[in-house]
Design a protein. Structure first.
Length: 423
């Protein structure tokens, strides 16, 4: 049979390679926004047209991610991972060669298509190649690499565009994706996992052969795994991601005007506050990875840390704290959200495997993590009218409500999937 024997010595090399690929995907989240000042002049775009490029990216990524999991389960995670990186490289080349707005839109769509495969492919590889004792570390490294991609993209793209032009900046992004492909080719043995469908077919053949040899009177049990969309835990995980990413999308897009109107802060100070949130989130992710070990109660970890983040958002919405307390509160909020990450990923793993088995990891991760793109797409749209109406306190309270709702979903998930702590 096509089985996979784990070697603990390969845990860290494997998670390093997967983290590189994930960091590359997050880099491509932000290759277009830093180029907007140049693209708007070059093609005569307004802010709505420029923003529509990112909407296209996330819509294609969200739909594609829900479908990519099936490709992972059918063809294998490593093949799909190479496809995604090739799409990212192609999208950057297409953007660099764009002669009009439709070409930019197509480039954004290709980038979204490439981005769509990373969560189902990455998490399938990590779950099947990293030993259980180090999965928390692996999920933490995976999240941290994504944050690194977010941090590096605006810096590199802006410097390249300012020094050599926006087309050269786009080509540099393509070179990054191609370099990542070369690294993965050299280390392919670390990310190879057998296709679950092929493995299941071989297992069935082996079972039938044994059945014939022993002359059993009853045929083997060939019941198919139930559809993952019929499992309530899968929908709860999707909802959790949608709620938390919608809250982040609000902060990502509106934190500067929010803090400016609520606390009278200038643009420079609000930028520092957003940085404090991101640093807090990164620190929380690192700490959460060290904490998230087998035997821990992951549902309680998520509820407590995300509850602390919701409390910090509520305090900010009240306008009660002094201006000097805004930055620490945002850092606490970021730490709480970040700390949930590794435990959250272990919860999803348990919810996927407890009812559906490891053969369903790709499709479950693909569908569940499409909630991230959905939340990032709808969060700013839902709260934009409140911003236009000047209801800034309500917007910040909305962030708290979204996070608190995710706590409630976690509680329901724990009831639906017993023994989440024994991952």
């Amino acid at each position: 049979m096509n089985t996979l024997t784990l070697d603990a010595r390969e845990d860290y090399p494997t998670l390093s390679v997967v983290a590189l690929a994930h960091g590359t995907s997050h880099f491509f989240h932000l290759i277009l926004p830093p180029l907007f000042p140049w693209l708007m002049v070059e093609f005569g775009l307004n802010f709505t047209q420029a923003g529509a490029l990112m909407t296209t990216f996330f819509v294609v990524s969200g739909v594609g991610q829900a479908l990519a999991g099936f490709a992972v389960d059918r063809f294998g995670a490593s093949k799909v991972l190479f496809f995604g990186l090739a799409m990212l490289a192609g999208s950057a080349i297409f953007i660099a060669c764009a002669m009009n707005y439709p070409m930019l839109m197509l480039g954004a769509g290709l980038a979204g298509l490439g981005n769509s495969i990373f969560h189902p492919a990455d998490y399938t590889i990590l779950n099947r190649r990293v030993s259980a004792a180090r999965l928390g570390h692996a999920f933490s490294a995976h999240a941290l690499s994504g944050n690194a991609g977010w941090v590096l993209a605006p810096l590199i793209m802006t410097v390249m565009a300012g020094s050599f032009g926006w087309r050269a900046a786009a080509f540099s992004a393509a070179l990054l994706a191609l370099a990542t492909i070369l690294v993965l080719i050299q280390t392919r043995g670390l990310i190879e996992v057998p296709s679950p469908i092929q493995t299941s077919a071989q297992s069935l053949k082996h079972t039938q052969t044994n059945h014939e040899q022993v002359g059993a009177s009853q045929p083997p049990n060939t019941n198919k795994t139930p559809s993952f969309l019929r499992v309530p835990a899968v929908w709860m995980c999707f909802t959790f991601f949608l709620l938390t990413s919608a809250a982040f999308g609000v902060l990502q897009n509106y934190v500067s005007p929010l803090l400016g109107h609520l606390y009278g802060m200038g643009p420079s100070l609000t930028a520092f506050c957003l940085t404090a949130y991101l640093i807090g989130s990164t620190a929380g992710t690192a700490a959460g990875g060290l904490y998230a070990k087998p035997g821990r109660e992951h549902d309680r970890t998520v509820m407590l840390s995300l509850g602390a983040a919701a409390l910090a958002a509520s305090v900010l919405a009240s306008q009660a704290p002094l201006t000097s307390m805004v930055l620490p509160l945002l850092a606490v909020m970021g730490f709480g959200v970040g700390f949930t990450g590794p435990s959250r990923d272990l919860m999803v793993r348990q919810a996927a495997t407890q009812r559906l088995g490891s053969a369903s990891l790709g499709r479950v991760y693909g569908f569940v993590y499409s909630g991230l793109d959905s939340g990032l797409a709808i969060g700013p749209l839902v709260f934009g009218p409140f911003m236009d109406a000047g209801a800034f306190s309500l917007v910040m309270m909305g962030v708290a409500v979204l996070q608190a709702s995710a706590v409630f979903v976690t509680l329901q998930l724990a009831r639906e999937t017993p023994h989440l702590e024994h991952v």
